[in-house]
Every structure is written in structure tokens, then in C-alpha cells.
Ligand binder design. Structure first.
Ligand SMILES: [Zn+2]
Length: 183
């Protein structure tokens, strides 16, 4: 083993197509096999599955009257990019905790979606947003599952451009994984 830590997976770009059911059967089976073994793609899948629901909620709550064309099903990635959605992924080599956070701009700051795996089971955790000005906000707290996983939504008053990095900690403050500036 070369000990390579992949923080980006080439298959990620196919997930939107996979979700829309546009892959042919061979590629689809291949993607399902890949998803079983790739936490990064599973994270991307989870966030893309959530985004349409989240965005339609936001549309109802905050953007009534904004032009929308529900008849057009664009690729989720391009729809996300148009709305200024950014993302940060990281693997901590010491704790083996893997995390992916999607940052979606909202009127009050940012909405965060975290997919986490590799943590100790039944552990209380927090997601902390750290601003470029040093400001820190606890955006979410939760208990990991028996499998050491979590899928959590949180929010912060920081805009995506103000977020320097994101930190997942156990409640006693032990850092589980530090995520870089979302891009
Ligand atoms: Zn992958």
C-alpha cells in the first residue's frame, strides 16, 4: 500500500448522472459497487440527495417569487454550483475520521450538511465553524450511530466566504477531523 489519501474521487462527477438514473445498466452496477467502498462518493450522494429537498424548502420559505423552473431537471451539481454551494472534505490520518461538509448560502448565513464516518460509536460530537476573523460557532451537535457515522444539518451566521475552516470535535474538545476552507 502506498498510503495514499484520496480527498477527491474521479467517480464523484458521475453521481449526479447516477442519481438522475441516466447511467446505462453496466455503469450503474459499477457505480453501486464503487459506492459500497467509497465514503467520499457516498457523502456526495447523500448531499446531492438532500439538496433538492433542502433547496425546495428554502425556495418556499425565503425565495417565494424567485424564478424557478421545476420542469427542467438540471444536473444537481450545476444547480448546486449556481446557488453558490461549496464543499469541504477531509480524512484525519490520526483518528481515521472522514468528513464531508456542504455549505449552502442562506439569508442568515450558511446551512451546513455534514456526512461523517469512522468516529467511535455513540459519541457526542460538535461541528464548529471557524471564521477568517477567528470567530467560532458551534453549528450542530449530535451522537454518532453504533457504526460511528452521522449525517447532520447545522447552520451558522458565517457566510461561505467567511468560513476559514470547519472542525469536528468530540464533546470534551478532542479534535476528530479538521476540514479546509470550503470551495
Ligand atoms: Zn468514489
Amino acid at each position: 500500500m502506498a498510503g495514499r489519501v484520496a480527498v477527491r474521487c474521479p467517480h464523484e462527477t458521475e453521481i449526479g448522472v447516477y442519481l438522475l438514473g441516466s447511467l446505462d445498466p453496466g455503469d450503474r452496477a459499477e457505480m453501486q459497487t464503487h459506492l459500497a467502498g467509497c465514503w467520499l462518493c457516498r457523502g456526495t450522494l447523500a448531499e446531492l440527495e438532500w439538496l433538492p429537498g433542502l433547496l425546495s424548502q428554502l425556495t418556499q420559505q425565503a425565495f417565494i417569487g424567485a424564478p424557478d423552473s421545476p420542469a427542467e431537471p438540471p444536473s444537481p451539481t450545476s444547480a448546486a454550483a449556481r446557488r453558490g454551494v461549496t464543499r469541504s472534505v477531509a480524512v484525519d490520518s490520526r483518528t481515521s475520521v472522514q468528513a464531508c461538509v456542504t455549505v449552502t448560502p442562506v439569508a442568515t448565513g450558511s446551512h451546513l450538511l455534514l456526512t461523517l464516518s469512522g468516529a467511535d460509536p455513540g459519541q457526542r460530537c460538535q461541528l464548529i465553524a471557524i471564521g477568517k476573523d477567528g470567530r467560532q460557532e458551534v453549528t450542530a451537535s449530535w451522537m454518532t450511530t453504533d457504526g460511528g457515522q452521522a449525517q447532520v444539518a447545522g447552520s451558522t451566521s458565517l457566510t461561505s466566504g467567511q468560513v476559514q475552516r470547519l472542525l469536528v470535535t468530540a464533546l470534551k474538545g478532542k479534535a476528530l477531523v479538521s476540514l479546509p476552507t470550503p470551495v
